[in-house]
Design a protein around this ligand. Structure first.
Ligand code: ADP
Ligand code: MG
Length: 358
């Protein structure tokens, strides 16, 4: 009985949107606690905003919505308003000087390699460009830069004056560490080398004005990843995982790493969720199902959707055509467009104050 009511309360909370946004307060991770005692409900909200009044508005909305639920006699809603961490803002302003013309930098990260991080980064970048934004894509994966192949680029970048000219494909301006490294040479990167290469990729490349720069980060949560995420002025991170438990554990570590350096996590995307048979259309859960969603719930971050295992995605990647380019009207293009919109909404929360929705 109590559980039923608790489920109803969560459903109700999912209908409450943050003022000025289309996303609900649960997916934003603003609901800290729900407790049901008989017909009384207690909800704890914890909201990160510069504007206390917005927090109060949400609290009132929640109170009004809760008492409408059948079976609820009384509702009390606690509110904690936190200001965004100053440390993150300082780091952003310091390093943002390397790329003053870039409005938002969003990292695509994963706990381990091979989960489809570069695939997501490439398709996300093209999808953002489709929405009309100026988009850059920086391949900072020191262990396995793969964007040159995914975009079918075999030539070397041109240096004009002392500026490296990026490539442009499918409406995306891109640069990869792969253009600098010799292919097939094992790379042993040490901290200072990584930093120098990343700085060069930011400051010496002629990116031009961009609304979004998507960064394909190296997988894992070691020192290299940590330093890159501190050096690059990230306004958010998207974490890619496959649905198995082992990958999810790594995804959690990734999330903890970003929180440590005060980078907001936009959410988790589950890749290779299920296999859709090209012959009969039947869906098989190759690994497990729902793991990404559960992990997002536990970690209080948004679940951004799932991308099925589909040979078309491999073919697209190998042929230099991300799947959203090869099949612009296909189901994956739609999923990636949804992801792009979620990134736009989340990144808007971390703009300088005058542009902020807060
Ligand atoms: N949803 C998917 N369906 C089928 N193949 C995929 C999918 N996502 C990624 N792949 C393939 O898996 C391999 C690894 O993906 P990649 O994006 O390079 O992973 P990462 O950057 O995490 O190492 C690539 O060959 C890619 O084409
Ligand atoms: Mg990769």
């Amino acid at each position: 009985m109590a559980n039923d009511l608790e489920a109803k309360v969560w459903d109700c909370l999912k209908t409450v949107t943050f003022p000025g946004m289309s996303r609900d307060i649960v997916s934003f991770g603003f609901v800290d606690r729900v407790a049901v005692e008989g017909s009384n409900v207690e909800v704890g909200l914890s909201i990160t905003t510069h504007n206390q009044q917005l927090g109060e508005d949400v609290r009132e909305q929640v109170e009004r919505a809760l008492v409408e639920i059948e079976g609820v006699a009384g509702a009390s809603v606690g509110l904690e308003v936190r200001t965004p961490p100053a440390a993150a803002q300082q780091a952003v302003s310091r390093d943002a000087e390397l790329i003053p013309e870039v409005k938002s930098v969003v990292a695509v990260a994963s706990g381990k390699g091979g989960v489809g991080k570069s695939t997501v980064a490439a398709n996300l970048a093209v999808s953002l460009a489709r929405l009309g934004y100026r988009v850059g894509l920086l391949d900072a994966d020191i262990y396995g830069p793969s964007l040159p192949m995914m975009f079918g680029i075999t030539e070397r970048p041109v240096v004009d004056g002392n500026r490296i000219q990026p490539f442009e494909r499918h409406g995306v301006v891109l640069m990869s560490l792969g253009f600098i490294l010799e292919t097939d040479t094992p790379v042993i990167w040490r901290g200072p080398m990584v930093m120098r290469a990343i700085e060069q990729m930011l400051a010496d490349v002629d990116w031009g004005p961009l609304d979004y720069m998507i960064v394909d980060l190296p997988p894992g949560t070691g020192d290299a990843q940590l330093t890159i995420s501190q050096k690059v002025p990230l306004s958010g991170a998207v974490i890619v995982t496959t649905p198995q438990d082992i990958a999810l554990i790594d995804a959690r570590k990734g999330l903890a790493m970003f929180r440590k350096v005060n980078v907001p996590v936009v959410g988790i995307i589950e890749n290779m969720s299920s296999f859709v048979c090209p012959h009969c259309g039947e869906q098989t859960d190759v690994f497990k199902r729902g793991g990404g969603e559960r992990t997002a719930e536990i970690l209080k971050c948004a679940f951004l959707g799932r991308i099925p295992l589909d040979p078309a995605i491999v073919e697209g990647g190998d042929a230099g055509q991300p799947v959203v380019v090869a099949h612009p009207d296909g189901p994956h293009a739609e999923s990636f467009a949804g992801l792009a919109r979620a990134v736009v909404e989340e990144a808007a929360k971390h703009q300088p104050p005058k542009l902020s929705i807060f």
